[in-house]
Structure formats: C-alpha cells, structure tokens
Design a protein. Sequence first.
Length: 301
Amino acid sequence: MKITKPRLALVCGILCISIFPILVKLKLTPGLISAFYRMAFAVTLLLPYVLITGNFKLPNTKFLILAALCGIIFASDVAVWNIAIQDSSATQASLLTNLSPVWVGIGSFFVLKIKPATNFWIGTVVSLIGMITLVGFSFFIELNFDHAFLFAVLSGLLYSVYLLISKNVLSEVDVLSFMTISLMASSIYLGILCYCLDESFTGFSNNGWFVLLLQAVICQLCAWLSISYATKHMRATRVSLSLLSQAVITSILAWLFLEEKITLQMVFGGIILLLGIRITFYDKTISLKNLFSKQKNQTQL
C-alpha cells in the first residue's frame, strides 16, 4: 500500500489524539472547563501564527458560518465526552463514542448522497467486533443506560456530524483558516457555557494547567490540524473508521503510564480492529457478486 501525505497525517493525528483519554482520566480539572481551555489555548497559539504568516483567508459567508458551526459541534462533542469519561469509565465512553463510523456511513449516504463502498461496511463490522472484543463482551452487555451512557452516545453522534460538515467545508476552505474559525467559535461557545453554568476558570494546580496546555498543543493543534488535512483529501468514512485505532494506542499508553493491564483478549481485539481498518483501505471494492463470480470461474477451471 502506497503511503501518501494524507494517510501519514492521519496516522500522526491518531497518535496525538490517543493521549487525550489518559489526560482526562487524571481528573485534574472539571470536564467542561477542560474542553474550554483546550480550545482557548489552541486558538491563542494558532491565531497569531496565521495572521503573521498571512495564512488566514476569510471564506465567503456560507462557509464562514459552516466553519463556525463545526467549531460549536466539535466543542460540544469534546465537552460531553469529557463528562462521560469522568462520570463513568474511559472504556465505556470510548466504546460508545467510537460508534461514530456507523453514523458517518449512514450520514454519507443520506446527507452527502455518497454510497459507502462494501469495503466500508465490512470494515466497520469487523472493527466494531474488534472494539467489543477489546473491552470485553460481558462489559458491553452490562452497559448502564445512565446519563454518562447517553453523553457518550451523543458524543459519537456529534463527532459524526462534525466530520460530515467539515468534509464539505474543507473542500473550499484551507485547513489553517478552517481551524482558526472553528477554534474561535468553540472557545466563545464554551466560554459562555462555562460562565452560565458557574464553572470555575481558575484555582487549578500547576499540573492541572500543564495538562490543559498539553491538551491544547498535542490533542487539539497537532492532532486536528493533521486530521483536518486528512479529512480534506480522504473519504470521511475512512477517516472516522481509522480513528478507532486510537483505542489500541490508548490502551498501550494506559499500560505504560497508568499501570493498567493489557490482556491477551485486548491484544486479540486490537488486531481485529486494525484488520477492519485495513479492509476499508483495500484499493478494489469488495463485491459479493464479484466474489461469487470469481469462485464460480475457478470451479469451472
């Protein structure tokens, strides 16, 4: 398989975003205020750069509004996912959030009028089996339908909507301009929300502030500049499904830094998950009709 720049960017983005659940599990700051500072610090660092270098280009009104809408949707996604992780477990929240490829596939069909290839659906099923194997079948069966469960599902839905809209915007707007507009919208939206809900903007430990800065630089700027670039040049379905692999990387990081155990079942589940992702990148469309036709021709020979 030829490695292209968009695919390389996607890999870099996945590596950067995989550290995020580890940082959230530290619980050094509340979930909602953590989401605000992730966006606010990121735009504070990005805005001067794009203005000084002249890389910011204001799009027309339609795409300006859509880019801002993407920022609000993504901010909502991060906020509810933070709360879901802190109020339940990172495993449950990650599992339910990562159902987003299913929503992206359905959305691509109905909204973008793009019919996902058979490869995508086969890869989705295989990847979800891998995800369930990774966290354990009994855990999946015993999920509690509380507010944390609903928030995790909502996070997956919001993320899929974000991917579909951003794919449309990035076809006309460059990545840096898109990120600047969306981050500004995210920061303003979350700032108002935190103020209305009487969230404390100060009083964190030095480690807490450091983690907030780390989230902004690594998990937001580095990760989403890379993922946005990949989204601009790749199918939204492929990007969303590839992001499932962050669960595998997060498990390894949790083992290294949080001393969480990695079982043989988790390793097996990770292999299945990655196999599902590989299926979606298969160059030739997998067709059941072609498969049976090939088998018939071989039988005749």
